[in-house]
Design a protein around this ligand. Structure first.
Ligand code: SAM
Length: 259
């Protein structure tokens, strides 16, 4: 997968070189490009913002640098995209991801969808956001996803990009040692969709007089699986009853219903 990020704070994205995403990058599973938006300004002050039409507080990011940056990074001016085989099928355009508190929620399902695309371009904003025409213009050439990481307001979209890139990258083939790790996570499509994962334990079997639940030491896979599902259901009912309410009734088996 290729990921490009356009930002006025390239250094904010440095954590992408660390840990799981950093390793994926180093191993060539992910190609990462971080671009300074100010490269596409043409005035002495390298201005990226201006006052909002209609008045009001704060500043709005100007369309010109964003437009030029997106044209160049995505090759939208009709140039063949990098990596497309000569005479091969039309390359897929990137998905433009615009982090914004006014977007649709970024969920595990969205992370799965994005992980199946070959190329993502992130456009994190600052101030009051990006001039709307930039999003509309890009939308004529590529799919645009305006996504929120939660019902709160950050100072800028870079932290949201870190969140989304990490959630997507760990789903890419080869990034996690064992694919079961993410297939059994909270929210994973399948039996865990709409469920929170229950508690986990490791050695030693007794610590500060607290014993690991006996079933986990039994070696009985069927019982362990049932126990894990029961714990996931209990935790979800206690902490996120909204998730249970939105689950189709036939997603619960007879043992689930006894709980
Ligand atoms: N005026 C905007 C509003 O009320 O919707 C908030 C702008 S916020 C101060 C600046 C930038 O931070 C946003 O344009 C977006 O890139 C990012 N941001 C803030 N909160 C976010 C969230 N919950 N999810 C994703 N991005 C967020």
């Amino acid at each position: 997968m290729r990921i490009d990020v356009i930002t006025i704070f390239p250094e904010y994205l440095e954590p992408l070189n660390v840990s799981l995403v950093g390793k994926a990058h180093a191993r060539g599973l992910l190609r990462l490009g971080v671009h300074d938006l100010r490269r596409w300004t043409h005035d002495r002050h390298r201005t990226v913002d201006d006052t909002p039409f209609g008045g009001g507080p704060g500043m709005v990011m100007k369309p010109e640098p964003w437009g030029e940056a997106l044209d160049e990074v995505t090759g939208a001016a009709g140039h063949p995209q990098e990596g497309s085989p000569a005479g091969g099928p039309e390359p897929q355009p990137p998905v433009l991801v615009v982090p914004t508190p006014s977007g649709r929620p970024f969920t595990q399902q969205v992370a799965v969808e994005l992980s199946q695309r070959p190329w993502l371009v992130f456009a994190p904003a600052r101030y009051e956001g990006i001039d709307r025409r930039v999003i509309e213009d890009a939308g004529t050439r590529m799919p645009v996803r305006e996504l929120s990481i939660g019902d709160y307001v950050l100072a800028g979209g870079e932290a949201a990009v870190l969140v989304m890139v990490e959630a997507v990258a760990r789903l890419l083939p080869g990034v996690l040692g064992n694919v079961r790790s993410h297939q059994e996570d909270s929210f994973a499509p399948g039996p865990m969709a709409n469920l929170l994962e229950g508690p986990v334990y490791t050695k030693p079997p007794v610590w500060r007089d607290r014993a690991v639940p006996e079933v986990l030491l039994s070696g009985h896979h069927g019982r362990i699986e049932r126990w894990r599902r029961d714990e996931a259901l209990r935790r979800t009912a206690a902490l996120r009853p909204d998730l249970i309410e939105r689950t189709e009734p036939d997603a619960f088996d007879a043992a689930d219903r006894k709980l």
